[in-house]
Design a protein around this ligand. Structure first.
Ligand code: NAD
Length: 294
């Protein structure tokens, strides 16, 4: 069972938060030199970006994300998958970092070394000013080419496109195309665009269900988790591997682990404190309670 478990409602204050935390835990958190904040879709809920599993409203009510956020779905119907991501991109462009993102960015000024490990693809941590951010699942507003591995292996002389870094058949690669031509293409309504070099279909540079994470991203996450003394898990349902294992890895290494989520996850029974509430309300109060001198 966690050492401390309580609910923070609207208007939760630093003093109230401090009075509810175990003093030994406060001391451990305050002494930490390295902190990991691990965030999922709930982190951005109050910025207006829906989570996948909570509120099946609007965009999410029409289709199961699992059916459009996979390579198989893109191969079968690229336009449908593209259009679905366009709607998500519009929500991301309209969103702004919330008070929780700002509190995490400000925590860097309080002294500890802070690494944000996020499953989110909305770049709101960067926009809030966090400097050390590991984007485990990529960035929605960046495009990359769809690598059709079957076609690449079947090609007589597959090579790497110098514009998109995807597999290409060299004779199809436009020698006058440049990387900047690709960077200028955006995730907007319309036909699925193609790489200006090799002509491959473009897709958002995110990790779809069933795809592996970038090796450098998961290694950076493991390194940060293995070095941290405190991990704060915020708004993640912990149902998507391998990211879901990160809080358990921190626990196994002896770190203090705190969960912030209106709906406790499987982690709640094992971690040191569970704070039931919304990220934008809990995080500013929690950090002010632990690091009041900030
Ligand atoms: P999820 O949708 O599976 O779960 C969201 C979690 O957030 C739940 O545990 C829920 O209880 C919690 N939550 C809801 N509102 C909250 C709030 N205001 N404050 C704190 N917590 C709140 O999300 P997931 O576990 O992150 O996994 C889904 C995957 O979908 C991720 O890998 C991510 O890449 C992607 N995704 C990203 C975004 C984004 O970039 N903003 C949005 C939706 C989904």
């Amino acid at each position: 069972m966690p050492i401390t478990s309580w609910k923070v409602g609207a208007g939760g204050t630093a003093r109230a938060t401090a009075s509810m935390l175990d003093p030994r835990l406060i001391a451990d958190l305050r002494a930490a030199r390295r902190v990991v904040v691990f965030t999922g879709a709930g982190m951005s809920a109050e910025s207006g970006i829906p989570t996948f599993r909570d509120r099946l409203t609007g965009l999410w009510a029409q289709v199961d994300p699992m059916e459009v956020a996979t390579a198989r779905a893109f191969r079968a119907n690229p336009q449908r998958t593209w259009d679905w991501h366009v709607q998500l991109a519009e929500a991301v462009r309209a969103a702004a970092p919330n008070a929780g993102h700002a509190a995490i960015a400000a925590l860097e000024q309080a002294g500890p070394e802070v690494t944000v490990i996020t499953q989110n693809v909305d770049a709101l941590h960067h926009r809030a000013g966090s400097r050390e951010v590991v984007e485990l699942h990529g960035n929605l507003l960046r495009l990359t080419s769809f690598v059709d591995e079957e076609a690449a292996f079947a090609a007589a002389s597959p090579t790497i496109c110098r514009v998109c870094d995807g597999y290409a058949v060299w004779e199809h690669c436009d020698p006058y195309a440049e990387r900047g031509d690709l960077a200028a293409i955006e995730l907007r309504a319309g036909p699925v665009p193609r790489c200006p070099g090799c002509g491959a279909l473009l897709r958002p540079d995110v990790v779809w269900f069933g795809e592996p994470l970038a090796v450098d991203a998961i290694e950076a996450a493991w390194n940060a988790v293995d070095r941290c003394e405190v991990l704060i898990a915020v708004g993640a349902s912990l149902e998507v591997e391998p990211a879901a294992s990160l809080p358990w890895r921190a626990l196994a290494r002896g770190a203090r682990v705190v969960e912030v989520n209106p709906v406790p996850t499987a982690l709640a029974a094992q971690c040191h404190a569970v704070i039931s509430g919304a990220a934008a309300e809990v995080l500013p109060a929690l950090f002010a309670a632990i690091w009041p001198e900030r």
